[in-house]
Design a binder for this molecule. Structure first.
Ligand code: ADP
Ligand code: NI
Length: 215
């Protein structure tokens, strides 16, 4: 299969798999991340095919949507093999997807320019106006509260504690979203993140003012 056909097939596959997702990983999240990945790849001189393919497939393997992280990676591996993606590109896409997740912020930095691009694209969609929408969608999906002033954000996070334990949508801003700006890999993403970060800060200020009835 040529590259364009592989990307077209990947788009159709992911739409089918994630169209109905309500945990913040729906097709339109993938669409936005893919658009960002293309833009960042062009600006950073990364391989556009690998970036776009990894962006399209990155949440197929998500451990929240699969029986295990390994089962999720097997699904992506099988898809890449069935669509005759050349070995080097297949391994690269698998490496990107296997290493890009936040998981409490404890992971080592990703290895290649393409991985840096796709990780940045996914992280940009977790902040700003899109990030705000997704954090509340996720909290609703999990049955979490929007905010509880008696629950302080957790400061020590491991991969296990990041996923488990109760959490509120507002605490997630402190446990992850407000940290992402400083974790961007590429200068282009860092610039885009500034704007999105400020928007979240403004949002939180207004949120607390309304909470106390002072607005
Ligand atoms: P990653 O696995 O890359 O760390 P996730 O898949 O956990 O990212 O995050 C997907 C989306 O769901 C993000 O927008 C993220 O902010 C949101 N999210 C993840 N965990 C929580 C949580 N505990 N509360 C609210 N939103 C969350
Ligand atoms: Ni994602």
């Amino acid at each position: 299969m040529n590259r364009d056909s592989i990307l077209t097939a990947a788009r159709a596959y992911v739409q089918g798999q994630l169209a109905g997702d309500s945990s913040g990983h729906d097709w339109w999240h993938i669409y936005r991340v893919t658009e960002l990945a293309r833009r960042l790849a062009a600006a950073e001189g990364a391989d556009p095919f690998v970036c776009e393919l990894a962006a399209l497939l990155h949440d197929i393997a998500d451990e929240k949507l699969n029986p295990s992280a390994e089962a999720g990676m097997d699904k992506v591996r099988d898809w890449l093999a069935a669509h005759e993606v050349p070995a080097a590109e297949k391994d690269h896409v698998l490496e990107i997807i296997g290493t890009m997740s936040f998981k409490g912020g404890q992971n080592p930095p990703v290895r290649t320019p393409e991985a840096r691009v796709v990780q940045d694209a996914d992280r940009l969609d977790a902040i700003g106006a899109q990030g705000i929408a997704r954090v509340f969608a996720y909290a609703g999906w999990k049955g979490h509260l929007v905010h509880d002033p008696n629950q302080a954000p957790r400061t020590e996070l491991t991969a296990g504690s990041y996923r488990s334990g109760t959490n509120t949508a507002i605490n997630h801003f402190y446990e992850k979203l407000l940290k992402l700006k400083d974790l961007m890999n590429t200068p282009t993403a860092r610039r885009l993140a500034e704007d999105r970060h400020r928007f979240m800060e403004t949002y939180l200020e207004q949120f607390y003012r309304e909470w106390e009835g002072s607005r």
